[in-house]
Write a protein that binds this ligand. Structure first.
Ligand code: BGC
Length: 255
């Protein structure tokens, strides 16, 4: 129980990697604020799973691309649990559209949900952590594509590239407060964001062939890394990204 008594916020927490992170942090003893935008029934089911693990969880509906909603998320977390020790900026989307025809609306949505939310999530978390004292952990779920081009997904890549520099710069700036900022860069993970690939046998085969480990990750394999980074064992890690990608980044372009 590495995280007993800690309070964590997980954005985009009721599906995919976010849901696995919620469950893993709860297994380690943390109380959790589950941010979500859709599927309240999934959030309720997850709250129950957390309670069954012996911890507390509340779901908060907040569109993290809006700063006012992020503020409300933090206010609710502090009201409910009194503090925030771990902030996981996980919410993310991709459009998989060519740079030739990505619309302004698509561009703005990807950048707002992926990058703006992480920027202001980091800001609000750091303000709260400084106020309460004792440091904290901010974990940004980026992607191999923070560094590695994915043709046909340029807006996504630049949002993740932005998160890379957010992690590095905020990590340096917040280090004197013992607030550690770390990125987790998954490769291809079996979550709803990849349903298009998973439902296309030929494309899935191509993807698996490109991954040295030969398969997509399970969300739990990313969540375990997040739990490690939130715990005592990662007390000297900041301003950097740890990749968990089955080796894909060393092989071929993003698929
Ligand atoms: C993207 C996936 C892609 C994977 C590997 C992820 O960040 O969301 O669409 O399959 O990277 O390229």
């Amino acid at each position: 129980m590495n995280l007993k008594g800690k309070v964590a916020i997980v954005t985009g927490g009721n599906s995919g990697i976010g849901m696995a992170i919620v469950l893993e942090l709860a297994k380690q003893g943390a109380n959790i604020v589950i941010d979500y935008v859709a599927h309240p029934e999934a959030t309720e089911a997850l709250e129950k799973q957390v309670r069954d693990l012996g911890d507390c969880a509340i779901g908060v509906k907040a569109d993290v691309s809006q700063v006012s909603e992020l503020q409300n998320l933090f206010a609710t977390a502090v009201q409910e649990f009194g503090r925030v020790d771990i902030m996981v900026n996980n919410a993310g989307i991709e459009t998989r559209t060519s740079i030739l025809d990505t619309t302004e609306a698509q561009y703005e949505k990807v950048l707002a949900i992926n990058l703006k939310s992480a920027f202001f999530g980091t800001q609000l978390a750091a303000q709260q952590m400084i106020k309460q004292g004792g440091g904290g952990r901010i974990i940004n779920i980026t992607s191999v594509h923070e560094d590695w081009p994915m043709p046909g997904n340029t807006a996504y890549c630049l949002s993740k590239g932005g998160m890379r520099m957010l992690t590095r710069t905020a990590g340096v700036e917040l280090a004197p407060h013992n607030i550690l900022v770390v990125g987790v860069g998954p490769g291809a993970v079996a979550t709803p964001i990849n349903l298009g690939t998973m439902n296309d046998p030929a494309l899935l085969q191509k993807l698996n062939n490109a991954i040295p480990l030969g398969r997509m990750a399970r969300p739990e394999e990313i969540a375990s890394l997040v739990a490690f980074l939130a715990g005592d064992g990662a007390s000297y890690m900041t301003a950097t990204t740890i990749f968990a990608d089955g080796g894909i980044m060393q092989s071929s372009p993003g698929l």
